[in-house]
Design a protein around this ligand. Sequence first.
Ligand code: SAH
Length: 402
Amino acid sequence: MPDDGLPTATVVLKPKRARPFFGRHPWVLDSAVLRVEGDPADGDVVELATHDGTFVGRGLWNSASRLRVRLYAFDATTRLDADLWRQRLEAAIALRRSLGLDDRTGACRLVNSEGDDLSGLIVDRYGEHLAVQVTALAMARRLEEICDVLQALVAPAGILLRGAERGLAKLEGLHLADRLVRGTAPAGPVFVHEHGLRFGIDLAEGQKTGFYLDQRDNRQAVARFARGRRVLDMFCYSGGFSVTCATTGGARSVLAVDSSAKATALAKANADLNGAASVTVEKADAFEKLASLAAADERFGLVILDPPKFSRSRATLDDALRAYHRINRAAVDLLEPGGILATCSCSGSVAREDFLQMLAGVAQRAGRPLQLLECRGAAADHPVSVSCLEGEYLKCVIARVA
Ligand code: SAH
């Protein structure tokens, strides 16, 4: 692979398929490609051109992925070389510093893929350690130089590579095992601060890269509605919402539920760590637990729903919306009059409008009006490129039930 960052081949688009890329969308699907002039190796720099030869952009080639080219530049002079990666990483880290988030005792996302013009690369800081997730083969090939830059810019105690979600990795033809890439691994859980609270994070085995950083500000926003209320935190994972509601939020009590034993152990440990004695943690399936709470005529003042992805593609959208309807309807039925529903969706294929329509259906079926109080997304260290709205996956709606 030449490292001068210059194209080794030209990828020619089918007629009428260039518009998204003139609009700086970075994903060129195989179905948009007419032919390839040259013989690029996977990970090589390629030029993208229209069928009649007009320059479109520069990107990295992957024959194993449906996402054939990822674009990183839209002019014919930028080299996709080590200097460019360094500049982009510097810009990404400078943004977090300007937000006051790049704190050695805290946790934040330092690099958010397309949102930072680094398609396929995610870097999270957990205290003194970095967790890197690579979802593009071309980024995997450049892992060493990226880690060199990260080491120089943030001097972490260690950098860990976390494999991409299994589905994603397969799509990209990536076979990356979790491993330590630089420095030392933490001996046990890593402890970080978030809005004045402390959380223990399992970097080796935790979900995502260890913690749901995207929900940081939503945990605080939701907790503002918790005062004096009985709270149900469904799909609690490591207890972020529960602990925030029980402490700063002043909830009367919190029931935190997750079907994973690892998650409930983390939630319990984090409740203890913050002296949140009003949190009860239970391992249960959400659908069953919602049904049994309803059968027992239980009522809550605040119900939080933060389920895993119900849909991975537009194809399963209807099934996903039905599942969202079901749990949200069950949550509304458990809410006392004037109660608060904090409901989230991290399925990128479920558009914000679809999600709100689903909630309208819930209000109609339940015969109880829902007032939207806040419609939120991910925290500011998860920037989204306006040219790649696929990055806008998280919805967090706070609503009041009549
Ligand atoms: N709110 C959490 C993140 C939740 S992630 C936070 O702020 O950190 C989604 C969680 O749902 C995961 O922990 C997963 O274990 C859990 N989960 C998945 N399927 C479930 C089910 N059927 N019932 C209960 N929990 C489930």
